[in-house]
Design a protein around this ligand. Structure first.
Ligand code: B4P
Length: 190
């Protein structure tokens, strides 16, 4: 089973992915985490992308595409991935389909978390006090939200044309969302 979890910054993609990973014994592929690792490790790629991330823009499709291919091509993760934060653009969505097909896999469900900008601002400012992420401040969050609306809307339309898309109310409590997502996954597995 491969899952895509989709939604604005701070929607709870990472939070819900961690729960899904435990419950269904699959692996989380968070492009945000992979990119932050590159920055932390001081790689050449890391220095290239840190200013992009901290301005609220998206890193290029090529860079994230390379990062996810390493994961998809790994036999240990075959059909056991939750894509957290990928795809974020239409070319990424198309690339994901191609890559999965090349490795004899497919997406089984796309979960979209719906959350308002007001809620996102509140959550991200709370997270800032805990994790101290460089891109977690109000101004950048608004920019990230605008980037999301511009780049990700076509992704949503792309998945609307499939039968894979399931919309979840991301304003609910973490455990309510957990339950709703479990119900969707369980009913899909039949
Ligand atoms: P990400 O790391 O994906 O960051 P995010 O969208 O902010 O986080 P997420 O939705 O996972 O929120 P979380 O669960 O932590 O991306 C960061 C940057 O990386 C992007 O801006 C971009 O530059 C770059 N990037 C990543 N992927 C890319 C791609 N594919 N292409 C190009 N660039 C890419 O939740 C946030 C907070 O809310 C947490 O503190 C949590 O405790 C709280 N929370 C969650 N759910 C809650 C709930 N239901 N109720 C109350 N609080 C909740």
């Amino acid at each position: 089973m491969n899952i895509v979890i989709f939604g604005p910054p701070g929607a709870g993609k990472g939070t819900q992915s961690k729960f899904i990973v435990k419950k269904y014994n699959i692996h989380q592929l968070s492009t945000g985490d992979l990119l932050r690792d590159e920055i932390k490790n001081g790689t050449e790629l890391g220095s290239k992308i840190s200013s992009i991330m901290n301005s609220g823009e998206l890193v290029s499709d090529e860079i994230v595409g390379d990062l996810i291919e390493k994961f998809i091509s790994n036999e240990n993760y075959k059909n056991k991935i939750i894509f957290d934060g990928y795809p974020r653009t239409l070319p990424q969505a198309k690339n994901l389909d191609i890559l999965l097909k090349n490795y004899n896999q497919k997406i089984d469900i796309v979960l979209k978390l719906n959350v308002s900008l007001e809620t996102i601002k509140k959550r991200i400012l709370e997270r800032k006090s805990i994790e101290k992420r460089a891109d977690d401040n109000e101004e950048i969050v608004i920019k990230r939200f605008q980037t999301y609306e511009k780049s990700s809307e076509p992704v949503l339309n792309y998945y609307k044309q499939t039968k894979l898309l399931q919309v979840v109310n991301g304003e609910n409590s973490i455990s309510q969302i957990n339950n709703e997502i479990s119900g969707l996954i369980d009913s899909m597995k039949g």
